[in-house]
Design a protein around this ligand. Sequence first.
Ligand SMILES: Nc1ncnc2c1ncn2[C@@H]1O[C@H](COP(=O)(O)OP(=O)(O)OP(=O)(O)O)[C@@H](O)[C@H]1O
Length: 307
Amino acid sequence: MTQPAVSIRDIHKRFGDFEALKGVSFDIQRGEFFGLLGPNGAGKSTLISIIAGLCRATSGNIAVLGHDVVTDYRAARRSLGVVPQELVYDPFFPVEDLLRLQAGYYGCGRDYWPWIDELLEALELDDKRDASMRQLSGGMKRRVLIAQALVHKPDVVILDEPTAGVDVELRRTLWRFTRRLYEEGHTIVLTTHYLEEAEELCDRIAILNHGELRVLEEKRALLDRHPFRFLKLRLEGRGRLPDDVRALAENINGKEIELRLEQGRHNISDVIESIRAAGFRVQDVRTREPSLEDIFVELTADEEAPA
Ligand SMILES: Nc1ncnc2c1ncn2[C@@H]1O[C@H](COP(=O)(O)OP(=O)(O)OP(=O)(O)O)[C@@H](O)[C@H]1O
């Protein structure tokens, strides 16, 4: 078997009496686009901090490309680029110097400068190379932090909520660039609250909940395995919907109703027949397959939905 990009083995993390991670194990394969999802407080950032060597697990092991993140920290860190959630930067450094210096921390010298130029171009920072960080807008600062995480051209790229609060343009630039890295063979790990992004981009999805791994599956299989679909109807007429139909309703908004039908249990024509028999005319019928968001809500139903 080929070596995983990240191998996570029975990770526990305690903060005092609180157990943020309760024995999490899984592998992220080389070259995959991996989605790490979960509601607020599930333990995603804690796990990423442990992978990045910023925080120690209480027990368990993690290796990045075979390098243990504790005993072989430098090699593990060298293989990893983490784009952080928060904006932390030195306000006075010009952008280009900052990136060259950062590359230096990883032992990457002048031969990485062409890559830094590529980063500046791909992230549309070309004309900002001489600007100091404090002169940049929030969106531009974020671009620099993305570049900073990637200066050493790491094999494994972790993006922790990279699009939280960023504008559409930066989001597009970021996805274009991330896709390019993926196509060039980099492993991409994404945490996001925007489930449409995960649905569009990721090959496999892990869902953490209360510090435990709830799901680890190919995205397609996860979407296909959920045997329900939504039926949206526009009705005309007055009266009361039959109770068996009401019981299926996700949403009733005036004359628009959305029903959740389980495969093998609820049949579309029976449902429509029952509505007609109650004196309504059905004006419009639409069906919708469940999205990753619907499945996420179902699997983490005891937690709040993602923001
Ligand atoms: N330094 C700490 N001290 C105490 N508790 C902490 C600490 N860091 C995290 N926690 C707790 O651990 C749990 C997991 O937090 P974590 O930030 O990993 O969640 P998350 O899945 O990244 O959530 P979010 O989506 O909100 O970023 C939370 O209940 C949090 O309050």
